[in-house]
Design a binder for this molecule. Structure first.
Ligand code: ADP
Ligand code: MG
Length: 484
C-alpha cells in the first residue's frame, strides 16, 4: 500500500485493474464439439460452426457453464441465475463470424473477491467486478510467407472466461500477486490450466495515475500480456510514462496499447473503442442461459479445498506461520506434497525442510516438483529421523544430499553410513574428558569468565564425534564438566 512514485510535482499513486482471459478447461469449444487440444496442426480443430459457415447454429457446451460457475464460486462471487449471450460485432480476418459471442449486460457471474498474499505475509482484498463467458478468435500468422498471411482457426470458438477486477490494485507487486493468486485458484479448481506461455491465460492491464486522495485518472489498457513479469513491466512503464506526460503539461488519452517484450515498453495501438462501437445485441441464435439454484448448490458442494481455506487450516491446525502457509498452498501439488511430508510429524520442521533445502535444491537444478528425485514420503522420512533424534539437523543436510543424488531412503543411508546420532552419555563424556585434558589453556580462560568459549568446546566435541553427537546433550554435559 505504501508504493508511491516520485515525480517533479510530488508523489503519485498508480491504479491498476485487470481483465484476464482464461481458457476454460473443457474438451470441446463453447458452442461446437470441435476439440480444444493444444498443439494440433493448423485448422485441425475446426467445425463448421467455428468456421462460421452460413446457417450453422451454436449449441452451448454445458461443461463450460459448469466451469464458469465453479470459478465464480471460487471467487466468492454472486452467480446469476439468468445470463445472456450477445454478439460483439467487429471485423477481423481471423474472426469469420464477423462478431464474437460474448456476454455483456448480463454476465453469468457478478461481484466477488480475491485475497492477495503479499511478500511480507500480509493480505489484502481485491474486488472482482464480473466474470463472463465468450468465444476466442482465430490466429493470423504473418511470418510464414513473404507476401501472404495465414489464418489458423483452431482457437476460434474456444471457451474463455473473462475475469474483470475492480481498479483496486496499487503497485506492480500487487498486480503480480493478483495474477498468481487467480492462477492458483483456477488451477485448484481445474477450470483453466493457467499456462500463460501457451496463451491459456492472458491479461489486459488497465493503468492510470493520480495524486493520492484525488479522483481516478484516465487509464490506458495494454492488451494480451502473457507473463506475470511482463504485466509488472507494463505497470511500471505506463505509470512513469503517464506521470511524465501529465507533469509536462500533457494529458493521458484513453487508448489501447501494445507491450513490446523486447524493450519493456508499450506503444499506442488504437484509440479506445466504446461499447456502442460494437453494437452489442442478444444473439438471436441463443436463448438466455437460465440455471437452477440446485445446479449451483451441487457444484458448490463438490468444490475442492481452495488455497485460502487450506492456508487457514495450515495456520490453525498445524500451527504454521502465515508466511509458510502461503508459500505451501500456492499450488495444489505443492500443498499435497507438504501434507504427506508433515503427516504425523512436526509440521514446522517439515515446512522448514520443504521451503528451505528442498525448494532450494529444486530451484538450483531447475526442476519442477513433479520431477523431484525425492518423494514426499522420503522427505517425510528424513524429517521423522530429525524429530526423533536419530540424526542431528547438521547430519540431516548430508543425508539430504545423498538422498538427492541417489533417490534412496533416509533411514537406509543413515544405517549404512553409521550416521546415527550419539546419544550415549558415556561416549560423549569420554570425548569431552579428552578435550578438557588436552586444552588446559581454554579451560582456564572459560573458568576465568570467557563464557563464549563454550562454542569452541561444542565445536571440538562435535568434531571428535564426527558431527554425530546430540548437540543438546553435548551442551549439557560440557556445562556440567566445565563447572567441576
Ligand atoms: P472496458 O470494458 O471498456 O475495458 P471496464 O469498465 O469493464 O471497461 O473496465 C475494464 C478494467 O479497467 C477493469 O478491470 C477496471 O478495474 C479497470 N479500470 C477502470 N477504471 C480504471 C482506472 N481509472 N484506472 C485503472 N484501471 C481502471
Ligand atoms: Mg475491456
Amino acid at each position: 500500500m505504501s508504493y508511491r512514485i516520485k515525480g517533479q510535482t510530488g508523489e503519485w499513486e498508480v491504479v491498476i485493474g485487470m481483465e484476464v482471459h482464461a481458457q476454460v478447461t473443457s474438451r470441446s469449444k463453447l458452442f461446437s464439439g470441435a476439440s480444444t487440444k493444444f498443439g494440433a496442426d493448423p485448422n485441425d480443430n475446426v467445425s463448421l460452426v467455428d468456421a462460421a459457415m452460413p446457417g450453422m447454429l451454436p449449441v452451448l457446451n454445458k461443461q463450460a457453464v459448469r466451469q464458469a460457475v465453479r470459478t465464480g464460486l471460487g471467487l466468492k462471487a454472486a452467480i446469476n441465475l439468468k445470463s445472456v449471450f450477445e454478439r460483439k460485432n467487429y471485423f477481423y480476418a481471423d474472426l469469420p463470424q464477423g462478431y464474437q459471442i460474448s456476454q455483456y449486460l448480463e454476465p453469468i457471474v457478478g461481484e466477488g473477491t480475491l485475497i492477495l498474499d503479499l511478500d511480507d505475509g500480509a493480505t489484502r482484498e481485491v474486488g472482482i467486478e464480473r466474470l463472463h463467458l465468450e468465444q476466442d478468435a482465430g490466429k493470423s500468422i504473418h511470418d510464414q510467407h513473404p507476401t501472404m498471411s495465414y489464418i489458423d482457426l483452431n482457437r476460434s470458438g474456444v471457451a474463455l472466461m473473462e475475469i474483470v477486477s475492480k481498479p483496486d490494485l496499487r503497485s506492480p507487486e500487487e498486480a503480480g500477486a493478483y495474477l498468481r493468486k487467480l492462477r492458483s485458484i483456477l488451477r485448484y479448481l481445474g477450470t483453466c490450466d493457467g499456462n500463460m506461455d501457451e496463451g491459456s491465460m492472458r491479461a489486459d492491464v488497465n493503468v492510470s495515475v493520480r495524486k493520492p486522495g484525488d479522483e481516478f485518472g484516465t487509464r490506458t489498457e495494454t492488451k494480451n500480456v502473457n507473463s506475470i513479469r511482463f504485466v509488472q513491466q507494463v505497470v511500471e512503464y505506463e505509470a512513469k510514462r503517464q506521470i511524465k506526460l501529465i507533469e509536462d503539461g500533457g494529458e493521458v488519452v484513453q487508448e489501447t496499447r501494445l507491450f513490446d517484450p523486447s524493450n519493456g515498453t508499450t506503444r499506442s495501438m488504437r484509440s479506445k473503442e466504446e461499447a456502442h462501437d460494437y453494437r452489442y445485441f442478444p444473439d438471436p441464435d441463443l436463448l438466455p442461459l437460465v440455471i437452477e439454484q440446485s445446479f449451483i448448490d451441487e457444484l458448490s458442494s463438490d468444490l475442492p479445498e481452495l488455497p485460502d481455506d487450506k492456508k487457514d487450516r495450515f495456520i490453525k491446525d498445524l500451527g504454521l506461520p502465515a508466511y509458510d502457509a502461503s508459500v505451501l498452498v500456492a499450488d495444489r501439488e505443492r500443498a499435497e506434497f507438504f501434507e504427506v511430508v508433515a503427516k504425523g510429524r512436526d509440521a514446522k520442521l517439515a515446512s522448514n525442510w520443504m521451503i528451505g533445502d528442498f525448494f532450494g535444491a529444486l530451484n538450483k537444478n531447475n526442476l519442477e516438483l513433479a520431477d523431484s528425485p525425492i518423494s514426499a514420503e522420503q522427505l517425510g522420512g528424513l524429517v521423522g529421523l530429525i524429530s526423533d533424534n536419530t540424526i542431528s539437523g547438521r547430519i540431516a543436510k548430508d543425508v539430504f544430499e545423498i538422498m538427492w543424488e541417489t533417490g534412496r531412503d533416509a533411514d537406509v543411508i543413515v544405517e549404512e553410513k553409521g550416521l546415527k546420532q550419539i546419544t550415549d552419555t558415556g561416549a560423549i563424556e569420554a570425548a569431552i574428558d579428552d578435550i578438557i585434558a588436552n586444552n588446559p589453556q581454554q579451560v582456564e580462560q572459560f573458568k576465568g569468565g570467557n563464557e563464549k568459549l563454550i562454542g569452541w568446546f561444542v565445536g571440538q566435541t562435535m568434531k571428535a564425534t564426527g558431527g554425530k553427537a546430540n548437540p543438546g546433550m553435548v551442551n549439557q554435559l560440557l556445562k556440567k564438566k566445565l563447572a567441576d
